[in-house]
Design a protein around this ligand. Sequence first.
Ligand code: CU
Length: 183
Amino acid sequence: MLTRLPWFFLALFLFILSLTSSNLFAGNELPGKGVMLMDPWSRPAPPVAVNGAAYLSFHNMGPEQDRLVGARSSISNRVEIHDHIMEDGLMKMRHIEDGISLKSGERVELEPGGKHLMLLGLNEPLVEGESFQLILQFEKAGEKSVEVKIQEKSAGDSHGDEAKEHGENHGNKHGSTSASHDS
Ligand SMILES: [Cu+2]
């Protein structure tokens, strides 16, 4: 026989839990209002490509600092947060272990040659015009899913091609991005 008592304790427990959670004080926010995600895109990559990269912009609209701590997608085995760092006069990519910090009101852009999301071990080729789901993990805003559009953005700019920089793809396909002039 079920008495009301266990339910009372459950309710009390949940109430106390909610008091101790800092989320309660940010609870008036609509989902997605804390960190706004804009313009997610990725460069097309041929079937022989081992890795790819994805880019987007973050705008922290919330009152407190947040942090992008990780990402994942079914498009690749792993997704890492990378940055470019000058080392011995050379620009090198580095895995940023502690993620990307987003101050309140701050806008951070991931772009070729700068911070990016490295798609390590592509499970399928990145075909222009298609898209894939990417899940971003934030310290406070939690997980957010975005649809990444696969498109060639800056024709004629071979700078900052993260997939090639990793040097794991030694195919002879070279300079394919700089050959065409879009108008
Ligand atoms: Cu990278």
